[in-house]
Design a protein around this ligand. Structure first.
Ligand SMILES: [Zn+2]
Length: 330
């Protein structure tokens, strides 16, 4: 097999085994295959009309709910190419070209509720995300966080106060819905509910909510109750009303919450480090498992993590020009 070549052009393009793969391109690209790793909007875009798309049925459904149609372009992977569960959100996959290339997309380093950790296989070339590729990002064990959150909810309910758990509507909110829906009454914001429905249709056992809350918060009773909602900053009008009219406690869930300043920045009462990405030690573990000759880093701490890997003896390079603001990494 000829050696893999990695280049940038509306995302990453890998030439491997005589085929070109456009990896999560942010614009229609001509290539033999367009790989859509998952349905977060920084990874999925309208495909080129003639593109042969590699994506799971779950990614097709979730992308459709977000206004991007992939189905007509989806094909089976060619021989020697496999899609490995990356554990990031429902339907998320890594692209694997036998023994030669692993592109992780976004990958999770541990099990969360019904979600697995990423699968890995040995490959000569690894293209990995490095969203949290800095030593300060070490997430606590999930069980410990769940215990702290349940204590916080219990204290709030004792005072008659409702609790809003805030996370990205696709992925994080379904994990939160699974972990905390034993509290009653259990509500979800409509944007979360739409995604929960798709997860349920694909066999994920998420409890039905007692109420689906719209943007206007109409019909929301006095507390206590628990709601899973999208992330809202302190200046968000709904967040302000939830505090004033309902005395709600707002808790944010994000990998960035490892940094103590994140909750304050967001104006949340609490923040908890729960992520659908690998933390720093999990990224190192992932690279060791793949045992590559060449590594390319993308998203987040690309330069820093490539430097760390060079210190460990890997030939690692950051992929520049494929960066976005921190808030774009759900
Ligand atoms: Zn993602």
């Amino acid at each position: 097999m000829s050696k893999t070549r990695v280049s940038l052009g509306h995302g990453i393009v890998a030439e491997c085994g005589g085929l070109t793969f456009a990896l999560d391109p942010d614009a229609p690209v001509r290539s033999d295959y367009t790989f859509v790793s998952h349905a977060h909007l920084d990874h999925v875009d309208k495909p080129h009309p003639k593109a042969k798309v590699l994506a799971t049925p779950e990614t097709v459904l979730l992308a459709r709910a977000r206004g991007i149609e992939l189905e007509g372009n989806v094909r089976d992977p060619p021989e020697g190419v496999a899609l490995l569960d990356s554990g990031h959100i429902l339907g998320a996959r890594a692209l694997y070209v036998e023994d030669e290339l692993l592109y992780t997309g976004d990958a999770a380093g541990r099990e969360r509720a019904f979600m697995p950790r990423c699968r890995t296989k040995k490959a000569r070339v690894l293209i990995t995300e490095t969203t949290f590729g800095d030593p300060r990002y070490v997430f606590p064990p999930l069980e410990e966080t769940v215990r702290r959150v349940n204590e916080m909810i219990g204290r709030s309910f004792d005072k008659g106060r409702p609790v809003v758990l805030m996370g990205y509507p696709l992925g994080k909110s379904q994990v939160l819905s699974h972990l905390f829906s034993s509290w009653t009454p259990f509500f979800v914001h409509e944007s979360v509910g739409q995604m929960n429905d798709i997860y349920r249709d694909r066999g994920v056992p998420l409890k039905r909510e007692a109420m689906r809350v719209g943007r206007g918060l109409d019909g929301l009773p006095q507390g206590p109750w628990l709601m899973v909602a999208p992330m809202m900053g302190a200046k968000n009008r709904a967040a302000q009303r939830l505090r004033k009219e309902h005395r709600a406690v707002l808790a944010a869930f994000s990998g960035w919450a490892t940094d103590g300043g994140y909750g304050r920045f967001l104006g949340a009462d609490y923040s908890f480090a729960v992520s659908d990405h690998c933390d720093y030690p999990e990224l190192l573990q992932l690279v060791r498992e793949v045992s590559p000759e060449e590594v390319y880093t993308t998203h987040g701490f690309t330069k820093e993590f490539a430097q760390t890997l060079r210190g460990e003896g890997f030939d690692a390079k950051p992929l520049e020009g494929y960066q976005a603001a921190l808030s774009d990494y759900p």
